[in-house]
Design a protein around this ligand. Structure first.
Ligand SMILES: [Zn+2]
Length: 427
């Protein structure tokens, strides 16, 4: 692997430090040197990329990823995609995420049992291109809960993107199956969701005995539990059982916020705010008018989520971007929009939004000691961005502004050499 020297770049390192001009030397898959000022580091035979003032920052981390959601408007359309097509779909989506700048993704459930594991393994052995990836199980649910798509007259489990369990013993069996397949995390649907009117967001579904059985198996194997938890009761249940990654957390009360704050060194919240926004404002073309979305409960949830997540952020709970991209109204690879939402609606500064996708991303990937910062010794996952993301976060979702993506020291999207001398332009 060649060494790469980025010169004349504005370094936004992912910590809260203000950007500075300098150069960065990548050696193998690690950042070897980070320099300040106009003098470039000694190239020592490295290929030199003159950034012409472009921003060099850590690769982004998506904290709530569903490669197998297939940009459809319904849940059943996810399940109707045959397995073979579904594998190819996931491989294509994984590559697109990487090229869009998402060098790490945290799988938050897949639609068929082994999709996430197969994609992660194929990425890791170089068979396909994709981000660093933590593979999830399917969503585990109970009859009637989110993820159970069976019908009374068509009780076939293949219709469901979740796996139904009844009781602690069935839970244990299913969790062990996914652990056998090699998942990094087990996903439990603790609350309902307004997308499924018979199991709305503020309802909770799983017994403590079921959750405890799942988490006992997860701990035995040193893996991680994650939860779909929109209701306050479900967030508390997740925290009580030692679940580290909480998806959504829309509804909270003082007790929930206190519990989250007490666990803030271990817990991550990845809310997926985009889908709430999209359902209210952008789903009319798919038959969901604002009036219909409001009737489904989305206005109430949007208001509650903004309040809950703003309070969490103030209390120092790590709230991360990503979540439920992969529907028609939230298509894949618009994920950086979350950073704009964090600033506009949750009280983040642009710098805090960047931190949520970088330094906190390294932490949720369980590699905070070597991932998520532009720092000597860290893994070389880097973006070269045309402009200043702190002045305009929306450039992070414009493919043309992502000049280069490096993962593990190798370019996933190489800078155009022809324009290497004039890569940057004003934000
Ligand atoms: Zn999700």
């Amino acid at each position: 692997m060649n060494d790469t020297l980025f010169t004349n770049v504005r370094i936004l390192d992912g910590s809260s430090a203000l950007p500075w001009s300098g150069s960065v030397l990548v050696s193998g898959n690690r950042i070897r040197q980070v320099g300040r000022g106009p003098a470039p580091l000694a190239p020592a035979g490295a290929s030199v990329i003159d950034g012409a003032g472009a921003t060099l920052m850590p690769g982004l981390c998506e904290a709530h990823t569903h490669f197998s959601w297939n940009d459809a408007a319904t849940l059943s359309a996810i399940q109707r995609m045959p397995l073979e097509e579904h594998v190819l779909w996931c491989a294509k989506v994984a590559r697109r995420y990487l090229e869009a700048g998402w060098t790490s993704c945290v799988g938050a459930a897949c639609a068929k049992p082994r999709l996430d594991v197969v994609i992660r393994n194929a990425i890791n052995c170089g068979q396909i291109k994709g981000p660093r990836y933590l593979a999830a199980s399917q969503e585990i649910t109970v009859p009637g809960g989110l993820g159970d798509e069976t019908l009374p007259h068509l009780p076939f489990p293949e219709f469901s993107f979740g796996v139904n369990v009844n009781g602690a013993d069935e839970m244990r069996k299913v969790v062990r199956m996914f652990l056998k397949y090699g998942v990094d995390s087990i996903k439990l649907n603790l609350s309902g969701d307004n997308f499924t009117p018979d199991s709305p967001a503020e309802t909770s579904w799983m017994t403590d005995a079921e959750v405890a059985a799942a988490m006992e198996e997860v701990r035995l194997r040193g893996k991680r539990g994650t939860a779909h938890a929109r209701s306050a009761a479900s967030v508390k249940q997740a925290l009580r059982h030692g679940i580290d990654v909480i998806y959504h957390a829309s509804f909270t009360d003082e007790e929930t916020l206190d519990m989250l704050e007490a666990a803030k060194a271990r817990v991550f919240v990845a809310p997926g705010v985009a889908i709430l926004y999209a359902m209210l404002n952008e789903a009319e073309a798919y038959g969901i008018s604002r009036a219909k979305a409001t009737a489904m409960g989305y206005q109430v949830e949007w208001d509650a989520a903004l309040e809950s997540l703003s309070k969490m952020h103030k209390r120092g709970v790590r709230v991360l971007p990503g979540g439920d991209y992969g529907f028609a109204f939230t298509p894949h690879c618009q994920n950086a929009r979350d950073l704009e939402f964090f600033v506009k609606y949750l009280g983040f500064t642009p710098m805090e939004a960047i931190e949520s996708a970088t330094v906190h991303g390294g932490q949720i990937m369980m590699r905070g000691h070597e991932l998520g910062l532009v720092k000597e010794g860290y893994l070389a996952d880097l973006l070269l961005v045309d402009g200043d993301p702190l002045a305009n976060l929306s450039i992070l979702r414009e493919p043309k502004r992502i000049l280069a993506v490096m993962k593990d020291g190798a370019f996933a999207k190489a800078p155009e050499i022809a324009s290497a001398r004039s890569l940057g332009r004003a934000a």
